[in-house]
Design a binder for this molecule. Structure first.
Ligand code: SF4
Ligand SMILES: [Zn+2]
Ligand SMILES: [Zn+2]
Length: 319
């Protein structure tokens, strides 16, 4: 089958749009979607100037998503002195997994010549995820611990690096799953928070000064297309899954979405666009209530809704 836009052989077919695209036109279409998302989410503020550049910290895990996001943002802003990119990699202490993906991160940041910072759970908290899984004092899934530690590092380092924005490589599949999970859990306030934390246009979010805003400019691109983009561009992405990956509910939702998408192409797009609209409305509805009871953790001083933050109480349980 030929590409819809030229005479080259198509390398992909997107059932949701009917498009058949050759490698070049496919790459162009992925890049266009990311740039459009950067514009629509108002990620570059009007007062950004070469004298007052914005620092964008990218959560660079070495998986295909964050690698593709970094590559595209680099190409987009390489000649734009208003934006400085920094890659931030977190080493959780997972044998045979993170070391290889860290190599991918180092290779990419060297290739692109961008600043790269590596932070480990070992250095920050004196723990390794492999040991946490063994101990499991709270009888929780590995990802529940890991997510708390990761969020703590991301927000602290984003602060230290002077980040104006924290970007992550969530793709369309990830975000459609999260949207559906939030719907099914029936937690409307959570949906409002999702909008304010990472989804809405920056100018429309109710933002809290304590937190660096987040953005997910890859969320219009399906997972398979992210993988194909990484492959066609020969990007150093690490594919192996974390051996502790254990979000069982997300797995069920993922399966459900595969089937729906197969029978009704475009389902992921419509879930996410409807969800975002609804999230914007609920964010307005909850406006003013956000963060009413934030305080400083008495142990580490980070911003939390409790006396001792979740990270400190987990660390306490782990010693
Ligand atoms: S899959 Fe879970 S345990 Fe593994 S790195 Fe991700 S959050 Fe951590
Ligand atoms: Zn073409
Ligand atoms: Zn704390």
């Amino acid at each position: 089958m030929d590409c819809n836009r030229c005479d080259e052989e198509a390398v992909m077919h997107a059932a949701y749009s009917g498009a058949h695209l050759c490698a070049d036109h496919f790459r162009e279409s992925v890049e266009k979607r990311v740039r459009r998302r950067v514009r629509r989410d108002d990620l570059v503020p009007k007062d950004a100037t070469p004298e007052n550049p914005q620092t964008w910290v990218i959560g660079l895990s070495g998986g295909k998503d964050s690698v593709v996001l970094t590559q595209i943002l680099h190409e987009t802003f390489a000649k734009d002195p208003r934006i400085e990119l920094v890659g931030l990699t977190i080493h959780e202490g997972i044998e045979g997994y993170r070391d290889k993906s860290l190599d991918a991160c180092v290779e990419l940041s060297d290739d692109l010549d961008i600043r790269h910072e590596v932070v480990s759970y070992e250095d920050e908290f004196g723990i390794q995820m492999d040991d946490v899984v063994e101990d499991d004092p709270e009888n929780m899934a590995a990802c529940a611990y890991c997510g708390v530690f990761r969020r703590d590092i991301l927000s602290r380092y984003a602060d230290d690096l002077g980040a104006d924005l924290l970007l992550t490589g969530h793709n369309l599949d990830d975000e459609a799953q999260t949207a559906l999970m939030n719907f099914l859990e029936g937690d409307v306030e959570q949906i409002a928070k999702h909008f304010d934390a990472s989804l809405g246009p920056l100018s429309e979010r109710e933002q809290q000064e304590e937190f660096v805003p987040r953005a997910k400019p890859l969320r219009d691109v399906p997972e398979k297309e992210v993988a194909l983009y990484a492959h066609l561009n020969d990007l150093p992405a690490h594919i192996t899954e974390c051996p502790h990956a254990s979000e069982a509910y997300r797995g069920e939702i993922q399966q459900l979405l595969y089937e729906l998408e197969e029978n009704h192409p475009g389902t992921r797009h419509s879930i996410l666009s409807g969800y975002e609209e609804l999230a914007g409305i609920t964010s307005d509805e909850f406006s003013g209530e956000n963060g009413a009871d934030l305080q400083d953790c008495t142990e580490c001083g980070s911003t939390t809704t409790r006396e001792v933050c979740r990270k400190c109480s987990l660390l306490e349980a782990l010693v």
